[in-house]
Design a binder for this molecule. Sequence first.
Ligand code: PSU
Ligand code: MN
Length: 310
Amino acid sequence: MTDFHLRYGTEVAQALREQRPVVALESTIVSHGLPRPDNLRVARQIEQAVRDAGAVPATIGMVAGDLVVGLDDAELTRLATADGVTKLSVRDLAVAAATGADGATTVAATSAVAAAAGIGVFATGGLGGVHREAAQTFDESADLVTLARTPIAVVCAGVKSILDVGATLERLETLGVAVVGYRTRRFPGFFITDGGFDLDWSVDSPESIAAALAARAQHGVHHGGLIVANPLPSDEQLDPELHDRTLAEGLARLDRDRVSGKAVTPYLLAHFHSATEGASLAVNVRIILRNADLAARIAVAAARRADASA
Ligand code: PSU
Ligand code: MN
């Protein structure tokens, strides 16, 4: 009989046993969010950014039906380069495991798996959210509803600017997902520093985020996610004019090519990367590396807190 438990990478298993800081990383960004061949190199850089800040990276994904917490380099290479790697949201995990699939986990799936593995901090680029025209299409990422019930801190540069940012913030409020700005009271728009909306909360250190995570756990009242919105400095963002032009073009092509469902986000990201001749890719990579660094520092602060109170 096949056994469907989570499978842990050796280093991650040991770090979790010893209660050392661990940061979860997603694999959809690698397989569907970044173009080849840069994607594998960037995946390794993200892991290195986590290590440089003192934590152990746990990239999550599915290899031949095994749900792996802490892919090794051969597995990471396989998800970055093989054909037929499926984009897996939470709902897909069981069926994909039963069929022995290779798959990359989205923010939703990665959060759920990380929380099940006892990992409290996760770094990504930009969250999924409410798509423009969602009033007609009902296209809202499962990232939102999953974070409503998953106790994890997600470090991201807000939601992707290809989305309806205001509607996404409204949904996060309704769903009871906490949102804090890291050293800002403006919600970032992924490629762009300012997504156009204010935030209620701003925190200015990894320690204060770790304190919020401890309070949530000790209260036992709120069981949802905490989004840590970490904007790019404005001199590193994608030129807003180029951004708006590229987005308008991408949205028109979606219609023309009748793209829908889970193909929408990868399609728009790929359009950005080719239409801006790599400018959006460079921005995307900077975003992820910065988020990996901050997530690792939060995990380190959380582990210190736990040590001090043990
Ligand atoms: N952020 C990025 N690149 C990505 C994604 C996020 O910088 O590729 C992925 C994440 O895995 C996120 C997914 O969960 O896009 C959202 O897809 P959808 O809109 O279909 O839920
Ligand atoms: Mn969708």
